[in-house]
Design a protein around this ligand. Sequence first.
Ligand code: HEM
Length: 504
Amino acid sequence: MLSLFPASPFRLFVGPQKFTFLPHGDLVLAMFRSSRDLTAKPLTITTLRDAFAMRPADLDVFLRDDSGIHTKPLPGFESFPPPHRVFFTQHRDLHALLSGTALDVMTARFVAHYSAQLRATPTIPPQGDSWTVLPDLYAFLRQEMFTAATTALCGPHLLRLSPSFTRDFWTYDKDLMLFMRRTPRFLARSAYANRDRVVDAFARWHEHAAAHFDASKLGDAEPEWEPLWGARLTRARVLMFEGAGLSPHGRASQDLGMLWATNANVIPSTMWALVEVYRTPGLEARVRAEVEGCWDEGEGGFDIARLCAQPLLTSIYHEALRYSVGVTPARNILVPEVEIGGWRFERGQTLMCNPWFGGRDTSFWNVGRVVGGRPEHPVDEFWAERFLEYPDDPASGPVRKPDESIYQKASGKPKTVEDDRTAKVVTAGTAGHFFPYGGGTKICPGRFFAKQELMAAIAVLMREFDVELADVEASRKTKPDMKYFPAGSLPPDRAVPVRMRRRR
Ligand code: HEM
């Protein structure tokens, strides 16, 4: 059906607001290439206000700054005070401190905390051969991955100071679209009260960290991670927003945004990857073969670069994003008029796109052989090998080839560990249909951490536990929960029970 998706931009009315939706393909790529003439500022401000509860006085700090995201301020803003250039500083810090050494440290922290938690969790008894039934694997990940990632980003005190934080955060995440739709407070009192509690938790932690952090004890170099503020990025942002004049509440709501971005997409995507690994016959053994070669003996950690270079696991990571991400990058026009892919757009218009539709375009993606009148791997199903090209299988690779006879002749023989070793991950040619991280200069700065976290989360879980889906057939009915659309990666629409036991 999505092959009939319009090929030209079309208008959308959401309440009083007017948007122009760009269909996937060349137009989306052209939009990302036009970053210089576009801005994400209006969407950022709307999101800060509606999703992250920022108050008007703090929003003004962002509204005033039209100096752009680049080192050189935009014309007219040459003498705008540097501490007030919040869009530029935030953009610079996010990209610098979520890559390189800072990224390595954050990932190592995530792996260390996640491993230690899984070893200590009382949910799965420490000894014996018996299996423990967990009513929902996603609930387990929401607890364990969230704790580890939050500690890697913020240190341990945010969670320690607010014991109900994890539960409150996921309730907030469930309610997010309600906030985005600007549901009045009187119609959703408990949702708003819960969000207030989440923002207060950030403010409490900031106050604690500021009171105990002694900057005079810092040497020449900023530590990449310390327990009070967590990652260097977190402290840098809090200091920067303080310097720009944001109130304690404003700084708390900024960090809610950061923590939401860090967790609310990776964890559902990891869930889909795991469901597939444990659902498809033979897949777990093939992934395990890749993962075991990356364990660092004795260290309890991973050779993360090697892990992230494993073909099958990388394809599963890409497929998890293709399958589950329904996010809406949006841009406004900075210049009087801009030409994008042959279309002219004027200042004031809001352009939007969403990888969900490109990811489900049946005319684009390889859906395997047609067996009994049905594709073997339809776009609305997860196919672990979708992003792999096997040298002796011309029917492999993500993009559907025009010569249909290739698929008719394909043997459909199940792939083996040996086949996976020769496979190549292919994303070339998919960019217009596959953009889970957005694109252009505003592309998601957390994408490297997201990839490492997702792959490490699978590897650590496999190292610690045997896992079986409690009901494979029932798990096939599980679909992405459209109630979360279009805010990011969509979690499963129902609980997925599993059996787990510790590996010896
Ligand atoms: C599967 C995981 C993830 C997905 C699908 C995702 C997706 C996105 C998308 C689509 C955007 C907007 C990009 C655009 O407008 O072109 C974005 C922005 C952002 N993401 Fe991610 N993201 C993920 C993980 C992460 C992680 C792990 C972090 C932090 C470590 C993160 C931090 C951010 C931040 C801070 C922004 C806003 C950047 C800005 O305003 O310049 N994201 N993300």
